[in-house]
Design a protein around this ligand. Structure first.
Ligand code: AMP
Length: 285
């Protein structure tokens, strides 16, 4: 597995893959890898003769500097997991190379970035769209794999690729969960033991909404049930519940007659132990 720490090395490696007629899949991550990331890698390895993974804790998508400082970094373990999974090259750039002096260009899906979950994390999706554009331009893969857990992020990326005519296919991969239902996240290791136990409330709220939908309940009933479930857990502070029509990202209302996407975010802990978790579920009519 080739480790590229500069843009030039990554481009040279891609040129070698292209010269050998390889199809290339890309998995972008912020490291601290877990089975959720590895599900993306597995999908990519099945579909492409070469897979490139990136590890970059992107400063521009963090609102709170302490969240950026406290983000877990486990490079050695990450590299072992990627090597074992059959990844051909890893790109680990410097923030200074990704954002050169005088960098002033941003990429923003102006509507999608600033609605729903974007409202509780101002600037977050702009940071994501900008760094993903840079990574796509550097790696120039055939396809890129993203988790459905970050449901709005996946929608932002699909839209920017469509709007900017980027020649890359975007593939969504279902959310991987712990045995008790908590969606895997690099942030989970930062939860205290009682917060870790309480965090299953996100998945429980989604399951409750799914059951109600199956019984024919309207979207506002699902929304209220999610709010009630999360606010009943004293360790959780509910940040946002958004229920959208999955295809269009328009707000969903009334009975569930089309596939909807439910997105939840909640905060656990306080001070340096504060951890923001998100979860998602698609519900079909
Ligand atoms: P991150 O390192 O958190 O930026 O995540 C990198 C990629 O892994 C994103 O496309 C995420 O949506 C995806 N991902 C993170 N957690 C999971 C999970 N539990 N299941 C599936 N994909 C995930």
């Amino acid at each position: 597995m080739k480790i590229c720490r500069s843009i030039a090395e990554m481009r040279a490696q891609m040129a070698a893959f292209r010269n050998a007629d390889h199809s290339v899949g890309l998995v972008t991550t912020m490291g601290a890898l877990h089975a959720g990331h590895m599900a993306l890698v597995k999908s990519a390895v099945q579909a492409h003769s070469r897979v490139v993974a990136t590890i970059f804790v992107n400063p521009t998508q963090f609102g709170d500097p302490s969240d950026l400082d406290n983000y877990p970094r486990t490079e050695e373990a990450d590299l072992t997991m990627l090597r074992d999974a059959g990844v051909a090259a890893v790109f680990i750039p410097d923030a200074g190379d990704m954002y050169p002096d005088g960098d002033e260009t941003i990429v923003e899906t102006t509507g999608l970035a600033n609605m729903l979950h974007g409202l509780v994390r101002p600037g977050h999706f702009r940071g994501v769209a900008t760094v993903v554009t840079k990574l796509f331009n550097i790696v120039q893969a055939d396809a890129a794999y993203f988790g459905e857990k970050d449901f709005q992020q996946l929608a932002v990326i699909r839209r920017l690729v469509r709007d900017l005519h980027m020649p890359i296919q975007i593939v969504g991969v279902p959310t991987v969960r712990e045995a008790d239902g908590l969606a895997m996240s690099s942030r989970n290791v930062r939860l205290t033991a009682p917060d870790r136990a309480a965090a299953i409330v996100l998945n429980q709220a989604l399951s409750r909404a799914e059951m109600l939908a199956a019984e024919g309940a309207q979207v506002d009933i699902l929304n209220q049930a999610i709010r009630d479930t999360i606010t009943a857990e004293p360790r959780a502070t509910l940040m946002a519940v958004d229920i959208v029509i999955a295809d269009t990202f328009e707000p969903a209302t009334g009975p569930v007659t089309q596939t909807i996407g439910i997105m939840i975010s909640a905060q656990f802990g306080a001070g340096d132990n504060q951890v923001l978790l998100i979860d998602q579920r698609e519900i079909h009519p």
